[in-house]
Ligand binder design. Structure first.
Ligand code: CP
Length: 308
């Protein structure tokens, strides 16, 4: 069974092949008249379940559109509306869904839920975000960087803010795609040690600094993300803002990166908290390409999982 559960557990050559495939599919699609289906319909006759236990705009729509563009069909399911939300086990849900659909994409809270779904499903499972990781986002982000600046290997990527689930998948990608990664943020919000160790063990020069200005010096890419994630209690909001205020990505900070540095944010953003509108809408920003590339990158992930 070919699951796409995380970047660090997927073969690096397969990850590279998926990025290349995504770029080829994007080019082919952009060369076709708008509104026409892809020539290639590799998912014809296939049904994909998209399960959401947390809110989503980009993941939900990009998976739905991507499957349809490739000739497949989708059912978008809310975890709360399924028996899953009323005590049926993940294992039993996985067994039943596998009798109906060809692939399951799930966005959930606990990593253990994703792992159990994958263990008991007899169809591929894709991680659409857990509290710990967000691999589909970073596949799109690597694709976006390379579209604009060529190979990401050897580049300096800087994360400013909370060492959250998106940051974790960036660390996995640093190890698998061979770039250097600097985290800047307050110590209590450092990324998990195990992810730092993974990236370092795979040759990435990972640095941790409390000084954002020092962090972004020589950066090829600067990344911000929300200061309060979906699984964080709202009661943490004020404390988080106080902890992270000094790590806002603004024009002054971007000016310390390389002149051609890119800016990314997985969205949704809180304008003028973690990033200023001037940066989001400014010349360094590639956030709309980043959002679009969720579609293309995930189409490649779906094809890889299904072997089509
Ligand atoms: N970046 C991201 O995963 O967006 P959604 O939460 O809207 O899916």
């Amino acid at each position: 069974m070919t699951h796409f559960l995380d970047i660090h557990t997927t073969d690096a050559a397969d990850l590279r092949a998926m990025i290349d495939s995504a770029r080829a599919m994007k080019t082919a699609r952009n060369n076709r008249p708008k509104g026409t289906p892809d020539d290639d319909q590799p998912l014809a006759g296939r049904m994909v379940a998209l399960i959401f236990e947390k809110p989503s705009t980009r993941t939900r729509i990009s998976f739905d559109v991507g499957v349809r563009q490739m000739g497949g069909q989708t059912m978008v399911l809310s975890g709360a509306d399924m028996q899953l939300g009323h005590g049926e086990t993940i294992a039993d849900t996985a067994r039943v869904l596998s009798r109906y659909v060809d692939l399951i994409m799930i966005r959930t809270f606990e990593e253990a839920t994703l792992q159990e779904m994958a263990e008991y499903a007899s169809v591929p499972v894709i991680n659409g975000l857990t509290n710990r990781t967000h691999p589909c986002q970073i596949m799109a982000d690597v694709m976006t960087f390379e579209e604009h600046r060529g190979p990401i290997a050897g580049k300096k990527v800087v994360w400013s803010g909370d060492g959250n689930n998106v940051c974790a998948s960036w660390l996995h990608a640093a190890g698998q795609f061979g770039f250097d990664f600097t985290f800047t943020g307050p110590e209590p919000l450092d990324p998990e040690r195990v992810w730092i160790d993974f990236a370092r063990a795979h040759g990435s020069d990972v640095k941790i600094t409390r000084n954002p200005e020092e962090a972004v010096a020589g950066a090829d890419l600067v990344i911000a993300d929300t200061w309060v994630s979906m699984h964080d209690p709202q009661s943490a909001r004020e404390r988080r803002h106080n902890q992270l205020r000094g790590y806002q990505v603004n024009e002054a900070l971007m000016a310390r990166a390389k002149p051609d540095a890119l800016f990314m944010h997985c969205l949704p953003a809180h304008r003028d908290d973690e990033v200023t509108s001037a940066v989001m809408d400014g010349p360094h920003s590639v956030i709309w390409d980043e959002a679009e590339n969720r579609l293309h990158a995930q189409k490649a992930v779906l094809r890889w999982c299904l072997g089509v």
